[in-house]
Design a protein. Structure first.
Length: 336
């Protein structure tokens, strides 16, 4: 649950790691060499050419690893594609590889200003079609290898072969959707607009909505942050913060019901890198912050919260930047 002592050494060849577990580096010390792509820390492909991946205006920007192919792109540069057991070749410029579909095709994004064009390319790089000429928000659903995106006031899901309208968002009265679309556990979809936030089911049904504050006063709670769903997609937790006085409050949403407050405490919000984490395990939520405050929260409120802050602050390495203290559910066999 808690990591003590100096952080473990990492493979120095892995220079970049993305949230989905893919990584990239070069096969020698430095920033130029044969490009090596990793999945969960294991090398899966090595380039035939040499590339410079960092400390250049055209740094390695994005990587996508499929079951039979890989793709990678450089900032303001080329998109490259290769079979998993073959050599790379360039196919386009200014396109980011976003997703390899179940059919083995590649979804790419080309950003211009505040929006992106989504395209579909075959495994050899041939352009198949334009999925949408413009969207300002989209997210990857890793479960069914699809992309969920906004098309004007509608939410659409595409697996490359077929685009499916999920819902018309206008009846939800969200206002302009300014934050990223998020696909949570249970494949629930989180949308946050100017006026409201909404949780949708994978097929576009309304799970719950949250009205957002109209003011940004430090004396009032702000909008929802750090939204997480339980594994089954039955509940969503999120946090709201008030700055004067400093308070964090954790809420839980269940289908069709109003948000329910499950925990609040006086928060230490200091530090430019402040952040918080919520993590489900059954009916319990693990809450902890970068300032070593934490608790175990029963989302049903049947049991009282279990404070972890005093324990965390007594551990060796607390408040030491060279020592890391992380909190997580103990896992055996890959499951909590």
């Amino acid at each position: 649950m808690i990591r003590l002592g100096p952080r473990p050494p990492v493979d120095r060849r892995i220079e970049i790691v993305w949230p989905d577990g893919t990584g990239a580096g070069v096969d020698r010390r430095g920033f130029r060499g044969h490009l090596v792509l990793y999945r969960e820390g294991r090398p899966v492909w090595t380039s035939t050419r040499t590339f410079r991946v960092l400390r250049t205006p055209h740094y390695l920007d994005m990587v996508a690893i499929g079951s039979r192919s890989v793709a990678f792109s450089f900032a303001e540069g080329r998109l490259w594609i290769a079979p998993i057991d073959g050599a790379e070749h360039p196919v386009a410029r200014d396109e980011l590889p976003e997703l390899w579909t179940h059919n083995g095709d590649l979804v790419t994004a080309s950003w211009r200003g505040s929006g992106a064009r989504l395209r579909l390319r075959a495994a050899n790089g041939r352009l198949l079609r334009t999925i949408t000429p413009w969207t300002h928000r989209y997210a990857i659903d890793e479960v069914d290898r699809s992309i969920v995106f906004l098309r004007q006031d509608r939410l659409v899901r595409s697996d490359g072969a077929r685009d499916r309208l999920l819902t018309d968002l206008r009846p939800l009265r969200l206002g302009w959707i300014w934050s990223d679309v998020e696909v949570l556990d249970g494949r629930l979809i989180w949308l946050e607009g100017r006026d409201r936030a909404a949780v949708l089911t994978p097929d576009g049904g309304t799970f719950a909505t949250v009205k957002l504050p109209r003011t940004s006063s430090p004396h009032r709670f702000g909008g929802p942050e750090y939204a997480v769903a339980d594994a089954a997609g039955h509940a969503v937790a999120y946090m709201r913060t008030k700055h004067a006085p400093a308070v964090n409050a954790v809420f839980v949403l269940t289908r069709g019901l109003a948000p329910r407050l499950v925990y609040r405490h006086a928060a230490d919000l200091s530090g430019c890198g402040y952040g918080a984490t919520l993590d489900w395990h059954g009916r319990w939520l693990l809450y902890w912050t970068s300032n070593e405050q934490g608790a175990l929260i029963d989302a049903t409120n049947r049991d009282a919260p279990i404070a972890l802050t005093d324990l965390m602050k007594r551990l060796p390495g607390a408040r030491n930047r060279d020592y890391g203290i992380d909190a997580a559910w103990a896992r055996e066999g890959g499951r909590a």
